[in-house]
Design a protein around this ligand. Structure first.
Ligand code: PRX
Length: 634
């Protein structure tokens, strides 16, 4: 177990050491895990190719440190309390020993299907403990998992499976989500019509609904597990072998497969969990993120389990059956650590303070926030109403690509400022740069946030396209990793994340690229062209605003808008549906044909008088037409 940093002075010392002697610092951290063979070199890196290697030539299996180690010392410790979507369904408890046995048996199933080291397995499942078990079974056999959030459409799922060449899918018959039952397996079946590489489908029965079953390809989890033998020996992996691929959106093109490798990710996910949350034995941790996102990878599966933590896994949604559900769970399990997204806080805040007041939340010790900037109002509500002014809020800034939290308070150690992510973790070297790439020294500066030195869980590549990784993250500024975020450093050197400076929008803490939404909208037959921007949204943080040009047609605008929403749901999934659509006759373009998104953003915010310089527009007249349409939309 990692001993958390215990005071601010200790943090400053650790930080200093991590910067002046990074290799010695991380070598000490890495020594706290089980390795099959020690590394020959701690770090090898350059940000030009880029090429980053941590714990070079080290051999390990991450599940040895997650399972075998804990099973030896405390087999009966609870790993998961499973809270089902429907509160009346009995809760289930999984000890570390039970998880270990299930994982080893699932490895037996994977072996029987011919899965081997390096194969890609796609996981498309609800938020149930078996998803974590499937993740760990992949890691144990050395297969690369790619979890796809079960809210993505069949088309998105197919694109991801084709991109990584998955040979197997682990899924469920259906999923319970609030009042709805989602036909997961039929989405997989639809996707697989376009994915020739997949030969095996393993189906966990969650909803017990009737599903189509393809003999020779499909198998039920329970039957396969019964027939398989348990495989206890874990595969020896290289520190730099890929652990997983997770698809995420960027400014351009299709989502890219961010690749994380085993050794560095293990060390950093465990390290950051221990220090940021200050988790102590006996604590009950509850992170509301789905394992389909990076937060669920690093702070449901890997970070907490590497630390032997006990956690609640919740299948449902915060408002089912009532908006008191999260608080009911906190009370029921005596949750000490609660980690969620600002969107959830804002949404629950809108139901009023009287709801959380009905529950006993006195077990809480630490509150966390992730995924988007937390506004001060939400911060104070969280702090006062949920934390009773007793719990620090760790506002954790990080990204899919960073693998773990990079800038955040350490609970009860770092002084807090509402809406500030505050200070970097040891080993993290942030810099702010201006538009020309000049590093802004000193305090009270604002610029683009970059990192100038690798930390162990930095992404290594984007699957199948290293060039894209180089272009996206390492080309904007020489020798720096560029995050895509704007950021301010205040007079004390504290960091405040301002938001994306590229064409990525953050809707309810979920990252979406405007280009991918536009290309989904453009598939609707009536659409000629579209432009999507983000706009401030009270609950979601940012909403999606779509400007659409259509062919002249008899169809009425409302019908076209409905079709557009359906198309976006089909191509990406419901999370990418625009909140507002205006059908316009032209878009503000420069003479060279570039859409001036700055103007579209301002108009989406209703700021028609502050559009800035419009003199370079090819046809300044389009502005008036768009304005009328937006006003009519209300
Ligand atoms: O803009 C930042 C925002 O979320 C982006 C990363 O999104 P994703 O890769 O989906 O990972 C989300 C979960 C880590 C960042 O570039 N973001 C994340 N955390 C914060 C944040 N913005 C402000 N404050 C945060 N704490």
């Amino acid at each position: 177990m990692i001993t958390p940093i215990q005071s601010f002075e200790q943090y400053l010392e650790a930080y200093e050491q991590s910067i002046t002697q990074p290799e010695a610092y991380w070598e000490n951290q890495a020594a706290q895990f089980l390795w099959k063979e020690k590394w020959s070199k701690v770090l090898d890196w350059n940000f030009t190719e880029p090429s980053v290697q941590w714990f070079v030539n080290g051999k390990l299996n991450i599940t040895d440190s997650i399972l075998d180690r804990h099973v030896q010392t405390h087999p009966d410790k609870v790993a998961f309390y499973f809270e089902p979507n429907h509160p009346e369904e009995a809760r289930q408890v999984y000890t570390y020993l039970e998880v270990y046995e299930q994982v080893c048996r699932l490895v037996g199933v994977l072996k029987s299907k011919g899965i081997k080291k390096g194969d890609r397995i796609c996981l498309y499942m609800p938020m149930i403990p078996e998803l974590a078990i499937a993740v760990l079974a992949c890691a144990r056999i050395g297969a690369i998992h790619s979890v796809v959030f079960a809210g993505f459409s069949a088309q998105s799922l197919a694109e991801r499976m084709n991109d990584c060449g998955a040979t197997m899918v682990i899924t469920s018959d259906g999923a319970f989500r609030g009042q709805k039952t989602i036909p997961i397996k039929s989405i997989v079946d639809e996707a697989l019509e376009h994915v020739p590489s997949v030969q095996h489908v393993l189906v966990y029965q969650r909803t017990n609904e009737t599903i189509a079953f393809k003999e020779g390809r499909d198998d039920y989890w329970a039957t396969a597990m019964e027939q398989a033998s348990s495989v206890y020996v874990s595969e020896a992996m290289d520190s730099e072998d890929p652990l997983f691929i997770l698809y995420t959106s960027g400014s351009t093109g299709k989502p890219k497969g961010v690749v994380h490798t085993i050794g560095g990710y293990m060390v950093y996910s465990a390290f950051s969990f221990a220090h940021v949350f200050q988790y102590q034995p006996g604590d009950i941790y509850f992170c509301t993120a789905d394992i389909g996102w990076i937060t669920g990878h690093s702070y449901v599966v890997y970070g907490p389990m590497l630390n032997g933590a006990t956690q609640v896994i919740f299948e449902g949604i915060p408002t089912h059956p009532t908006p008191g559900r999260f608080w009911e769970i906190v009370e029921k399990y005596n949750v000490t650590h609660f980690y969620t997204a600002p969107t959830a806080i804002r949404s629950l805040m809108s139901f009023g303070t009287s709801i959380p007041k009905q529950y006993n939340l006195s077990s809480l010790k630490v509150l966390g926030s992730v995924g988007e900037p937390i506004n001060e109002e939400a911060w104070h509500w969280y702090h006062d109403t949920i934390g009773n002014q007793q719990c620090p809020i760790v506002d954790t800034w990080w990204q899919t690509e960073t693998g773990g939290i990079l800038i955040s308070p350490l609970a009860n150690i770092t002084p807090l400022i509402p809406s500030y992510a505050t200070l970097p973790l040891p080993g993290v070297q942030p810099v702010l740069v201006d538009a020309n790439g000049t590093i802004l020294e000193g305090n009270e500066v604002e610029g683009n946030l970059c990192l100038k030195f690798p930390w162990p869980s930095i992404l290594r590549t984007t699957w199948g396209d290293h060039q894209r990784c180089q272009q996206t993250y390492f080309a904007a500024y020489p020798n720096l990793y560029f995050t895509g975020d704007g950021c301010k450093r205040d007079h004390n050197g504290y960091y405040r994340i301002i938001g994306r400076v590229d064409d990525v929008i953050n809707v309810s803490g979920h990252r979406l690229g405007t280009a991918e939404i536009e290309s989904a909208i453009n598939e609707q037959v009536d659409v000629v062209e579209s432009a999507v921007v983000g706009f401030p949204h009270d609950i979601k943080g940012q909403g999606i605003f779509a400007y659409v040009i259509c062919t002249p047609s008899e169809s009425n605008e409302e019908a076209i808008k409905r079709d557009i929403l359906q198309m976006v749901t089909k191509v990406i999934g419901p999370i990418a549906k625009p909140d507002k659509i205006v059908i316009v006759s032209g878009l503000p373009k420069t003479r060279s044909g570039k859409i001036m998104r700055r103007i579209l953003r301002k108009m989406a915010e209703g700021e028609f008088h502050q559009l800035g310089d419009t003199s370079t527009l090819l046809d300044p007249g389009v502005i008036e037409g768009i304005k009328e349409k937006i006003i009519a939309l209300g």
